[in-house]
Design a protein around this ligand. Structure first.
Ligand SMILES: Nc1nc2c(ncn2[C@@H]2O[C@H](COP(=O)(O)OP(=O)(O)O)[C@@H](O)[C@H]2O)c(=O)[nH]1
Ligand SMILES: [Mg+2]
Length: 384
């Protein structure tokens, strides 16, 4: 009788795995291929290129938007950068940073009302400034203002701050889609008195196809409300609107605590999971997790599921995971990242546009499954 071998495929691209030829499709290190315990395997190309690339995936930015920023830079404008403080870590673009890094920047850390109640403004401002610096934008804590634009508090103060910082120059309101730019604009207009001989207009920005609203600040300078930058690398930016509505928190985030052991996983709705591959140096092999996701997102801890794909399929079928998206029908629809924690202290592992977990850094390895194209990031802790 002939011997039957199981043919193994790359979990990502589906190529048949082989260890014979490095330059051919599906190459994998022979040791990995014969390892009896590794159920999920990636060919070395997928491993190195796409799925384990821990540089956050950047949002795409249009050439017109960059042209507009070239103008902003040439006129030494003030940039008012509005972010949704719940999720902005993966929204930065190197092309944008390159153009605005020498300008004065004021950051509005918006949606403060959704952060856990006990978090201090000062800590939020410090964290936001830190993330801007990680993105090569030189922002200090005193350039960040925490606001909640739905309640309009503080807008007058922000307007005064803009007036004193702009030093007679133009102002550009920029930021990702959904961060609150339009709300800011509306609030700004409420206290606005036009002292110039220009009108408020919506027009095509010269040399581009961008339509933007401009408010005259004096006879020679304007405040521009610019189109938001893409959030297609964030969960809320790729799922259907009904699903996004369930993800976006409506009340302040509350930590949910879990203890994870090797092989265990946390199912985050039907949208993502985080599996603990290796607890590293964690005491007794147990990693304490504080999870921060909106109230509409179910979190299910699965103790060492063995076959995580099967476990996921069953729960999805039974309707035990909410919300769900048509993008994820089974395990194969995910992008997968391995996340090895090198730093000590309180650390976050975040999924853009969904939420984050916090834990004590102890050389753990997490495997994160997210909808395709969604960015995963590691950071110092957002909530102390
Ligand atoms: N909870 C909360 N939601 C906000 C806040 N600011 C804006 N939003 C919501 O975020 C969404 C996007 O706001 P919008 O001003 O249109 O953002 P834009 O895309 O940057 O112009 C809207 O549904 C707002 O109601 C805030 O401070 N708190
Ligand atoms: Mg808008």
């Amino acid at each position: 009788m002939s011997k039957v071998n199981v043919v193994r495929r790359c979990y990502s691209c589906g190529a048949i795995l082989q260890s014979g030829r490095k330059d051919k499709e599906g190459y994998i290190d022979p040791e990995l291929l014969t390892h009896p315990l590794s159920e999920v395997l990636f060919c070395s190309r997928c491993y190195s290129e796409a799925h384990f690339n821990l540089l956050p995936l950047e949002p795409k930015v249009s050439a017109d938007f960059l042209l507009m920023l070239d103008d902003a830079a040439a006129s030494d404008a003030l940039i008012v950068y509005v972010v949704d403080v719940i999720s902005f870590e993966s929204s930065f673009s190197r092309a944008i940073a390159e153009r605005i890094k020498s300008l004065r920047i004021l950051v509005l850390a918006n949606k403060r009302d959704l952060m856990p109640k006990e978090t201090k403004d000062e800590d939020i401002e410090e964290y936001v400034a830190h993330r801007f610096r990680v993105a090569s934008l030189p922002v200090e804590k005193n350039q960040v203002i925490t606001v909640s634009l739905t309640t309009l508090a503080n807008v007058q103060g922000v307007a005064q701050r803009i007036e004193s910082e702009r030093k007679g120059h133009d102002v550009y309101i920029i930021g990702p889609n959904g961060s609150g730019k339009s709300l800011f604009f509306t609030a700004f207009l409420r206290n606005y008195l036009n002292a110039s001989n220009h009108n408020i207009t919506t027009s095509v920005y010269p040399g581009t196809s961008l339509r933007l609203m401009q408010i005259p600040l004096d006879n020679s300078s304007f405040l521009y409300d610019t189109p938001g930058t893409s959030i297609k690398n964030a969960v809320v930016g790729v799922v259907e609107p009904e699903c996004a509505r369930q993800i976006i928190p409506t009340t302040p985030l509350k930590e949910r605590k879990f203890a994870m052991r090797k092989g265990g996983a946390l199912f985050i709705g039907g949208l993502a999971h985080i599996e603990l591959i290796d607890p590293g140096l964690a005491k007794d092999g147990e990693v304490g997790i504080r999870a921060y996701f909106g109230d509409g997102v179910s979190l299910r801890k699965i103790a060492a599921p063995g076959d995580i794909a099967e476990s996921f399929r069953k729960r999805l079928e039974k309707g035990g995971l909410a919300p769900t998206t048509h993008l994820i029908r089974d395990q194969r629809d995910f992008d997968v990242f391995d996340f090895k924690v090198e730093e000590e202290g309180s650390r976050d592992l975040g999924i853009a546009g969904l939420g984050w977990i916090n834990f004590k850094g102890a050389k753990e390895t997490f495997r994160v499954y997210v909808p395709k194209g969604v960015s995963v990031y590691g950071s110092r802790c957002k909530v102390k």
